[in-house]
Ligand binder design. Structure first.
Ligand code: FA5
Length: 346
């Protein structure tokens, strides 16, 4: 018994010597010391021996088991340490290196401008309204006093997106201006009204540096008793001076839009040459800014408002053009290009 124990010890020691990794060590532990291991079997067989043999063989077997367990433990700790060291060397991380900087986006210049416009008008008591970009022919044209065969329809080249014509609302179109929201708001809230409508509009146009097929407008509408163009001039003076942080010269001149009577255009004293005349203002000293006028009685009627009791003015300006002016952008197409080299400048 003693001889076979010593033989087993040798065998185990040599197996331990040869073990290359933690898995092999574990296999050795199971093979010899596990529940069904060879040394365990010898220890279990002690019960058949005499008391004296039990003592001697038992002591030796326990000694061998303790020794092997210690050696397995020692070798396994050594292996784990060198594995850790190797992995530290291979996957070394310098915790002091500053982290990667992630670029977070920022507000698009058009939206920055829209926020400013809403803020200033908001402080003057105007509510901000919204309307559908896919609009019916009725709200885009008829409701604004532009009948089907009226030549004024040619002023705004339209994207028609539906062939079938609804008897009342006509075909669906991409709205060509924010003016349809005038009628929608009158129908919904009646008079009095004091609103602005910033929004995206679409026209089937050849593009150039100042014309795009998709751009933004801001509509304004004020309806009450005893409203005149004088209050429009006051509101626009206040709005533009606050927006540009300087006094702006304004000029009204006659203009035609079927939904206003009288209709007019509002020009700004050129911001680039202060009215002296330059390339931007085509040497006139003035820049076209928006269409406006007193809301046509037909439009008030179509919106359900009695023109004998209420009147008001409306305006519509190009938010995109205003953004170009404010930020000194010389090509409108850059604003919808999605080019980060351009956008990151604002
Ligand atoms: C209109 O759209 C009228 N609805 C404005 C209006 C409202 C008049 C209320 C009276 C009462 P107009 O087509 O002129 O008008 O366009 C208004 C503004 O939109 C222009 O002054 C210009 O700043 C801008 N705009 C027009 N076409 C383009 C385009 N293709 N690209 C960029 N901006 C444009």
């Amino acid at each position: 018994m003693i001889t076979s124990l010593q033989k087993l010890e040798k065998e185990m020691l040599s197996a331990l010597e040869k073990a290359q990794d933690i898995h092999q060590l574990e296999e050795i532990r199971i093979k010899y010391l596990g529940r069904k291991g060879m040394l365990t079997a010898i220890l279990k067989g002690l019960k058949n021996l005499s008391d004296e043999e039990k003592r001697v063989v038992g002591q030796l077997a326990n000694k061998i088991r303790d020794e092997i367990e210690r050696k397995i433990e020692k070798k396994s700790t050594g292996m784990k340490n060198s594995l850790l060291e190797k992995s530290l060397q291979e996957n070394w991380i310098d915790l002091t290196v500053p982290g990667k900087k992630y670029n977070i986006g920022h507000i698009h210049p058009l939206s920055q401008m829209q926020e400013k416009v809403e803020h200033i008008f908001g402080q003057m008591g105007f509510a901000v309204m919204d309307g559908p970009e896919i609009e019916s022919e009725y709200y885009n044209f008829e409701g604004l006093n532009i009948p089907e065969h009226h030549p004024a329809r040619d002023m705004q080249d339209t994207f028609f997106i539906e062939k079938n014509r609804d008897p009342k609302f006509g075909r669906l179109v991409l709205r060509t201006h924010t003016s349809p929201v005038q009628v929608r708001t009158m129908e919904k809230y009646g008079a009095p009204l004091r609103i602005i409508v910033p929004g995206r509009v679409f026209r089937y146009e050849a593009t150039d540096a100042s014309h795009d097929t998709t751009f933004y407008q801001v509509e304004g509408l004020m309806i009450d008793k005893d409203i005149s163009i004088a209050s429009l001039k006051g509101v626009m003076n206040e709005f533009l001076s606050r927006l540009f942080d300087q006094k702006i010269n304004l000029r009204f001149r006659p203009g035609y839009f079927p939904f206003v009577e009288p209709g007019m255009e509002l020009d700004l004293g050129c911001l680039f040459c202060e009215g002296q005349g330059c390339r931007v203002c085509k040497h006139t000293g003035w820049m076209e800014f928006m269409g406006a006028g007193m809301v046509h009685p037909n439009v008030l009627r179509l919106g359900g408002i009695d023109p004998e009791k209420f009147q008001g003015w409306a305006f519509g300006f190009g938010l995109t053009r205003l953004t170009m002016l404010k930020f000194g952008i010389n090509d409108i197409r850059l604003l919808t290009s999605g080019d980060l080299r351009f956008l990151e400048q604002f």
